[in-house]
Ligand binder design. Structure first.
Ligand code: ADP
Ligand code: ASP
Ligand code: MG
Length: 817
């Protein structure tokens, strides 16, 4: 039925309806289909049109079947074709079974079986289908039907539309669309159904007699803008597996930069130069004054996007580096005016063309994919003797309006001149510079040139080991501060690891929902295998944040240093390791000139390290440091008195997460010894475990029993603790667990951890439970000490301390340029 379409009708649709297009990679499996269905219901309007490609690599599979059938026709063996068809059938019906249930599933399976019966008949020769386009059309038909059924099953009003029912074209290498007819066909189909999400097949259309035609490989982008133009839509969103257009192909190049906006000319030029991100015809039907194309990621919708529109006035800049690894040159004798004219008139424009007058040659460079077309065309041209085909070339191009005015252009010229450059030229409208190279292109070269053009700032890759309390708090802090942190250097988190799983991406992780992403994307790994790989990460500098409490991680510090990483640790184990091991870590650190910060290991976020190093740098000498270094001990003793059982306090501390999971770590004073060692070593003293005089609160006979049993037997500590309290009380004192070290005349260090009696009025006896205190005597502060106190634990202050270490590292690295 033919309808007349009024302007008012188009206007109404145009105001309301947008188009969303999902490519094959967004529909590769059941999980992706569900994600797309969610996007359609959450991000699309109720009457929006959805255009889909064939699921995953269905089109390639179909082409492979067609090829295998052809071979079968030649040699009578259809085995390969049968296997491939079986696989396709299983893939398509597998999707239906996984996604649908009940009658939805039954209905679609029945339809699918009918389709495949036809395929099997065709393969067996029982039915002739001589139009390849008709067979190719099935890919898109299946995905449109399946997505519509899935939406319906989820309770959304939806329906599938076969584009061949309205999109009419005349057959040509690039089908010529009959716009008016197609528009009325489409409106006729959708106008009466406002509120229904229609899922339309991309890639296909039909001629006036209904015969299937295709719009060219990857043609669904074009279908989407075409359909958008038919209804005069304001926006077409192309959902990809990438969050927009980047400064280069993110699958090949590391540390690419996302482009928030791109002008029509730039996008068109990029597509023309063979970048797969958008099909060259995508822009043809667009009303550039009205429409915007948004390119965004269906994998992670909250990510950024690229908006393609009228942005001619934007400051000129080199924006996208694009490459073709195989390019064919046609060399033509300039005296062959007829052939030259034929090349000039050819609709398929060359990537670039130029003349070499001395040799009387003109050159036309084409994408390898166009070779077939070009050869067929040449065969049809009269005088072709003077044309010569040359292979073994590659192309690199830089796209951006007014490219010649940009710094990137100068850099591009410089970089390509160091290669086997055959020709460098600007495209006629100055929106790209193209280099034809007489050499192979590999990703390494592409990465190198890209980094010269776009990564001017020095970069730091951060590997975060440990995703517990501190790890989580620091990741949130980093996310919040990321802009400020990035002012100094390009800082990106390249990995988040726990002991068995890693989420790694050298491009930099989007940590907005890192917990969710970690759950989805983390994979098992071996630290010992990972470390030697890390130098491949494309950063000027790398740092590992050890936010664990794990000895195995601390043992790997030498290996991290030797592979070029700096280290920031909240983990005390390395700083407090036995002298020989500690010295080894320091030696390797110095040999490889790496930085190591661990200021949060003592006093968490308290500015202890700053005070100490400032005093020392100004000429003071530290004589002694004493105090309460453990928040757990501070809490236990500040709450302890004659009326309270010590065992009850330990239980409560454990229940509140104030102690280690096994409180014996605290009671045996291990934690405090570590802090003491770190502090002493920090001010240049040589101290080892054996040098520290320790009074543990944990009797030996309770040290090795299971934790449960220990918790039950806790009251066995009570009598001794009670005696201690009463003993101190006799002289108006209270017991406290103190750590101290003092430098004696001959540079010997006396260090002790244990109970001491403190006058009840002393500041050490009157802390807020949990508070740390460091009492520092120096040459200058000898009558009255310098005292630093405050919370010495807690995830926020510790995360802040880690950030402070990172800031220090950044300033240090910036100085080292
Ligand atoms: P779909 O078929 O799903 O629409 P394609 O796979 O055809 O998508 O195109 C998207 C791919 O284009 C990306 O996965 C990416 O590898 C590639 N690509 C090449 N150059 C760029 C670029 N400059 N920016 C973004 N993606 C690019
Ligand atoms: N399915 C078609 C192809 O693979 C069209 C598209 O994906 O855009 O070429
Ligand atoms: Mg594609």
């Amino acid at each position: 039925m033919k309808v007349e379409v009024s302007d008012a009708q188009i206007q109404t649709v145009a105001e309301q309806v947008q188009v969303h297009k999902f490519g094959g990679s967004s529909l590769a499996d059941a999980y992706s289909y569900r994600r797309v269905a969610r996007i359609v219901t959450e991000y699309a309007g109720a009457s929006d049109l959805v255009v889909v490609s064939a699921a995953g690599d269905t089109t390639n599979r179909i082409l492979a079947i067609l090829d295998a059938k052809k071979s079968g026709d030649a040699d009578g063996d259809y085995g390969v074709a049968e296997v491939l068809l079986k696989q396709l059938e299983r893939y398509q019906q597998g999707l239906i079974k996984e996604l649908l249930s009940g009658t939805h599933q039954q209905q679609l399976l029945t339809t699918s079986m009918v389709d495949f019966e036809r395929w099997w008949d065709w393969l067996a020769g029982a039915e002739e289908i001589d139009n390849r386009a008709e067979l190719l059309s099935y890919g898109e038909l299946w995905s449109a039907r399946l997505l519509a059924a899935l939406l319906k099953q989820q309770g959304t009003l939806a329906d599938a539309i076969d584009a061949r029912s309205f999109l009419v074209a005349d057959d040509a290498p690039e089908p010529f669309i009959r716009v008016a007819e197609s528009r009325s066909g489409l409106l006729n189909r959708i106008a009466a159904h406002a509120g229904t999400r229609f899922v339309v097949t991309g890639f296909i259309c039909a001629d006036a007699s209904g015969r299937s035609l295709i719009l060219g490989r990857n043609g669904s982008d074009y279908s989407a803008t075409l359909i958008g133009s038919l209804i005069d839509s304001k926006q077409v969103t192309i959902w990809k597996d990438v969050a927009g257009v980047y400064s280069a192909d993110p699958r090949k190049v590391e540390r690419v930069v996302n482009l928030p906006i791109l002008d029509w000319r730039e996008a068109e030029e990029l597509a023309r130069l063979g970048s797969p991100v958008l099909h060259p015809r995508t822009f043809q039907p667009v009303n550039r004054e009205r429409m915007v194309i948004a390119v965004r990621s269906s994998l992670k919708v909250e990510n950024q996007q690229t908006r393609i529109g009228l942005y001619e006035d934007a400051e000129p800049a080199g924006k996208v580096l694009t490459a073709l690894s195989e390019v064919v040159l046609f060399r033509v004798d300039l005296r062959d005016a007829k052939l030259i004219q034929a090349f000039e008139d050819l609709e398929l424009t060359p990537l670039i063309s130029w003349n070499e007058l001395q040799q009387q040659h003109a050159y036309y460079a084409y994408h390898q994919n166009h070779l077939d077309y070009m050869e067929r065309w040449l065969a049809s041209v009269d005088s072709k003797q003077s044309a010569c085909k040359l292979t073994g070339y590659a192309m690199l191009a830089l796209v951006g309006n007014r490219i010649q005015e940009t710094d990137e252009y100068t850099l591009f010229k410089q970089q390509t001149s160091e290669q086997a450059l055959r020709r460098l030229a600007l495209t006629p409208d100055n929106s790209a510079v193209v280099a034809v190279l007489e050499q192979k292109l590999d990703d390494r070269l592409l990465n190198r040139i890209h980094s010269q053009l776009f990564n001017h700032r020095r970069s730091l890759g951060v590997l975060v080991v440990g995703r517990g309390n501190i790890g989580s708090a620091w990741l949130s802090l980093f996310h919040r501060l990321r802009e400020r942190i990035n002012e100094q250097m390009d800082v990106r988190i390249i990995g988040v690891l726990n002991s068995t799983q890693m989420w790694l991406d050298y491009n930099g992780l989007d940590i907005a929902d890192w917990q969710d992403s970690f759950a989805r994307l983390a994979r098992p790994y071996e630290m010992s295998q990972l470390i030697p790989e890390l130098p491949n990460a494309p950063y000027d500098e790398l740092v590992m944040l050890d936010l664990t409490d794990a000895t195995p991680v601390a043992q790997l510090y030498p290996s991290f240093f030797a592979n070029g990483l700096h280290i920031i640790s909240a983990n005390k184990r390395a700083g407090a390791s036995h002298e020989s091991q500690y010295n080894e870590i320091r030696t390797i650190q110095q040999e490889y000139q790496r930085e190591w910060y661990y200021n949060t290991t003592v006093g968490a976020g308290l500015p202890l390290n700053y005070a100490l190093s400032d005093l020392r740098n100004s000429g003071d000498r530290i004589q002694s440091i004493s105090g309460i270094f453990s928040g757990t001990m501070s809490w236990l003793f500040e709450n302890f008195n004659a009326d309270v059982k010590f065992s009850d306090l330990v239980r409560e501390a454990k229940a509140q997460g104030l102690s280690e999971p096994d409180p014996r770590e605290d009671l045996s004073c291990q934690d405090i010894i570590r802090k003491l060692l770190i502090l002493a070593r920090e001010i240049g003293l040589q101290l080892d475990w054996k040098d520290i005089d320790v009074d543990s609160l944990l009797p030996d006979y309770l040290a090795d029993i299971p934790l449960d049993e220990f918790m039950q037997r806790l009251p066995e500590l009570d009598n001794a603790m009670q005696d201690l309290y009463l003993d101190a009380q006799k002289n108006g004192q209270v017991p406290r667990l103190l750590a101290s070290f003092a430098v004696q005349d001959n540079e010997k260090v006396r260090a002790r951890v244990g109970i001491e009696y403190i006058p009840a009025g002393d500041m050490l006896a009157n802390l807020i439970p949990g508070e740390n205190i460091f009492v520092i005597y120096t040459d200058w502060y000898h009558e009255m000490p310098l005292v630093i106190s405050g919370p010495g634990a807690g995830k926020e202050v510790t995360a802040g301390g880690i950030q402070s270490d990172l800031n220090q590292l950044l300033s240090r690295l910036a100085d080292h340029r």
